[in-house]
Design a binder for this molecule. Structure first.
Ligand code: HEM
Length: 505
């Protein structure tokens, strides 16, 4: 026993001092946990904390997050190296052991998968986000936007302060519920799934993250406590998973009973259609997908995999788009001259009641504003992280296999040497001269860049076009300036109270 204790003590001590022993600066935290408590504080979003650390320790530093060794970078060249040039060495995403084993779990999702399993999932799911597929769902998105407008009209003009973030959550939930899971018709302001999806992000599950990060060998027990006993704030997660599981299972049965093949109606159909007759019951280590040569052969998803992908698209699609809308609307309310320019563009390019795909693609200035808001608030920056799979050289640093590299997107996005002296300002115009700025990383970069990027921007454009041709957003006494930012996986405004004013023509 004493031997065991000494062994574990040395193991944890060596881990905790990993960066110090390599002369790489960074916050030390406490033994075993490292800085994991800081990474899990809803009131101090990790992206903002990391930005402060960069100011203190420089463009490359390290810290430990439980048993994860994290190297933080905010140098554009190193970022390009990790996300694009050396993708073969950094093809995993930083993940906590409670998220599952990317190599073995049958129910792995695209965000957590790695290697050839990731490649296979990405190849199969990507067509759902192609231009063609997005065009097909445009009328559904527009219908949700019009429903949104009907709700907004009830308060518009009253001068009443509305928490727009909650409104945008209703909209983004409505859209993704309909296009991913085939919800027939709008459930806006009456959707029980929204409550659970919000809980998924807002509920405090930090204890299970911290414990599994520090004691990965305890994950089976923690999972049992979470799934079987419902501990650690499991409720919303389990409810969303159950809804998705029931919907997919029901669809499988329905398709088997009907035996007819209609055009795919939603992501579930698209993913099931990519599945051959026989399910792969024993997808796992023996599966040939783990060998490079077989990757493109197997275009089939098991029902379990369909459930996992729908789950991740539902939660990723709902939360991010609502937050992105909140930031752009906050900024245009603070800058009425920019809002007016967007409105003039909408009036010019979208004269008919229905808005077409081509018209949306001509809303250039609106798109600049959307990107500029995401530059100032790269709210999903936490996902911009990779796991080193093979020891390699990153600039002057040797990065060992197993180390996680976290990009400090916030520092990069405010770097005056990249964006100019006005980097702190909201200036959509800056985008007119740079269609492709490699240091804009709100959607990540390289082969694992956000799959929903085009869908998210389109959803934003449809809603803004419909709302802004009738109304303007204005600040009021309840508007928090500057906004208080909160959140862990994503950084969201604590609230966004604005008034909605009818435009005068
Ligand atoms: C404004 C809205 C959004 C933002 C800012 C955002 C941001 C991000 C970021 C930063 C990443 C990590 C990229 C990387 O590691 O290089 C990511 C990945 C991902 N996003 Fe988004 N996202 C948004 C909307 C969406 C939507 C609407 C969906 C789907 C419905 C989605 C699905 C995904 C998926 C599946 C991944 C993982 C891709 C992979 O690992 O292959 N996202 N997103």
């Amino acid at each position: 026993m004493p031997f065991l204790n000494t062994k574990y003590f040395s193991y944890y001590l060596l881990h905790w001092t990993y960066w110090k022993r390599r002369n790489i600066p960074g916050p030390l935290g406490v033994p075993i946990l490292g800085k994991s408590s800081t990474m899990l504080d809803d009131n101090a979003p990790p992206g903002m904390v990391i930005r402060e650390w960069t100011k203190k320790y420089g463009k490359v530093f390290g810290f430990t997050d439980g048993m994860q060794k994290v190297l933080v970078i905010s140098d554009p060249q190193l970022a390009h190296d990790v996300f694009v040039r050396q993708f073969d060495n950094f093809y995993g995403r930083k993940h906590n052991p409670i998220q599952g084993d990317p190599e073995k779990d049958k129910d792995i999702n695209l965000v957590a998968a790695q290697g050839f399993r990731w490649k296979r999932l990405r190849t199969i799911t990507a067509p759902a986000f192609s231009n063609n597929s997005i065009k097909k769902v445009l009328s559904t998105i527009e219908d949700s936007a019009l429903e949104f407008l009907r709700h907004l009209e009830k308060t518009a003009g009253s001068g009443e302060a509305v928490n727009m973030h909650l409104y945008f959550q209703e909209y983004s939930m409505d859209v993704i519920h309909r296009i991913a899971m085939g919800q027939p018709g709008s459930l806006m302001f009456n959707n029980p799934l929204l409550y659970d999806c919000k809980g998924f992000f807002e509920n405090n599950r930090w204890q299970i993250w911290m414990l599994s990060g520090a004691f990965p060998f305890a994950v089976p027990v923690l999972k049992f406590a979470f799934f079987a006993l419902g501990l650690f704030g499991a409720g919303p997660f389990k409810n969303v998973l159950k809804t998705v599981t029931d919907t997919v299972t029901e669809r499988v049965k329905q398709r088997e009973a009907e035996q007819t093949q209609e055009d795919p109606q939603d992501f579930i159909d698209l993913f099931l259609d990519s599945k051959a007759d026989d399910e792969i019951e024993h997808f796992g280590e023996q599966n040939s997908d783990f060998h490079k040569s077989a990757v493109s052969n197997n275009r089939q998803l098991t029902t379990q995999e369909v459930i996992s992908q729908c789950f991740v698209f539902l939660v990723a699609g709902f939360d991010t788009t609502a937050i992105a809308l909140s930031y752009v609307v906050y900024l245009i309310a603070l800058h009425p001259e920019i809002q007016q320019k967007i409105q003039e563009e909408v009036d010019r390019e979208c004269p008919d009641s229905e808005i077409t795909f081509d018209q949306l693609s001509r809303l250039k200035y609106m798109e600049y504003a959307i990107k500029e808001a995401l530059r100032l608030y790269p709210m999903a920056s936490f996902a911009n992280a990779r796991r080193c799979m093979r020891t390699t050289q990153l600039g002057e640093y040797t990065v060992e296999a197993g180390v996680d590299v976290q990009l400090d997107t916030w520092s990069l996005h405010y770097d005056k040497t990249i964006w100019g002296e006005d980097a702190d300002e909201f200036k959509p115009e800056r985008w007119s001269s740079m269609s492709n700025q490699p240091s804009f990383l709100s959607f990540g970069a390289g082969p694992r860049q956000c799959l929903g990027m085009r869908l998210a921007i389109l959803e934003e454009k449809v809603l803004l076009a419909h709302v802004l041709r009738k109304y303007s957003f204005v600040t009021n006494t309840r508007t928090q300036i500057p906004m208080k930012l909160i959140g862990r996986a994503t950084t969201r405004p604590a609230n966004l109270y604005l008034s909605v004013k009818a435009r005068e023509f």
